[in-house]
Design a protein around this ligand. Structure first.
Ligand code: ATP
Length: 234
């Protein structure tokens, strides 16, 4: 499989605080990679660094075979990096339809449009004219994923998608991610919910204190109890 997204040597700071230390990762076409690690390990900062929302002081980001270091976030989005942030960023005073339409990126054509996204999210189809702010947490999560799909991303980045969701909704989200994966979508996500991570991913990357400390297949990670107990609260 070809590498579609890779990063290496990323050093990112918030003010004077050094957060990422030579962080790197690799995502291949069609696979699902999950970043795991304790709270504050640096998963969100890694995604923000890939998008250049938190510009790294050094390091490289390559996407679709080109050097993207330093490209502004809107250019990364236009190239096809679709980011679903942890805090969801639904626009409350806008309808579900408007929220979805905001995800359109004129330069990016593909199989996702309002019709195909609504086929994938029948719940959203029933509440198109409702205000985004009136949706439940689970509905908002589906809406932010739907909005990212509207931009026909080459890689979908989901930052802790299950956070704060009920077990039923987590189950629905799992089916959704597995479906996107079956259809060939390349996915990079972060998770605290290890069961969810292992159920949807092909490979796992573990972060600790701003560094990449382990990468392996889901099978290898599952059988490596030392890594699990050292870096995760399991
Ligand atoms: P979580 O699961 O809690 O989101 P994470 O692995 O995504 O954790 P980050 O959110 O990337 O971790 O945070 C990494 C470190 O950076 C933490 O120590 C956090 O306190 C710090 N940090 C995050 N955002 C800021 C900010 N805006 N200003 C200063 N420090 C920050």
């Amino acid at each position: 499989m070809n590498t579609i997204l890779s990063a290496g040597g990323l050093n990112t700071y918030y003010g004077r605080s050094h957060i990422l230390f030579d962080m790197g990762l690799e995502v291949r076409q069609g696979e699902t990679v999950c970043l795991v690690g304790r709270n504050g390990a640096g998963k969100t900062t890694t995604f923000r660094s890939l998008m250049n929302l938190s510009p790294p002081k050094s390091g490289r980001v390559e996407f679709l075979g080109r050097n993207c270091s330093g490209l502004p976030p809107y250019r990364m989005a236009r190239l096809g990096l679709g980011f679903v942030p942890e805090d969801r960023r639904i626009l409350g005073p806008f309808t579900v339809r408007e929220n979805l339409e905001m995800g359109v990126i004129a330069e990016r054509k593909g199989r996702w449009n309002l019709k195909t996204v609504l086929e994938c999210f029948p719940t959203l189809a029933r509440m198109l004219e409702r205000m985004g702010g009136s949706l439940s947490g689970g509905e908002q999560q589906m809406l932010t994923i739907g909005r990212a799909l509207m931009g026909n991303p080459e890689v979908l980045i989901l930052d802790e998608p299950t956070e704060g969701l009920s077990p039923v909704i987590v189950g629905e989200l799992k089916e959704l991610v597995l479906r996107l994966k079956r259809e060939g979508t390349t996915i990079l996500l972060s998770e605290q919910n290890i069961r969810f991570a292992l159920a949807v991913s092909d490979r796992v990357a573990v972060m600790d204190k701003g560094r990449s400390v382990y990468t392996g297949t889901v099978e290898a990670f599952r059988s490596d109890e030392a890594v699990q107990s050292r870096y995760l609260a399991v």
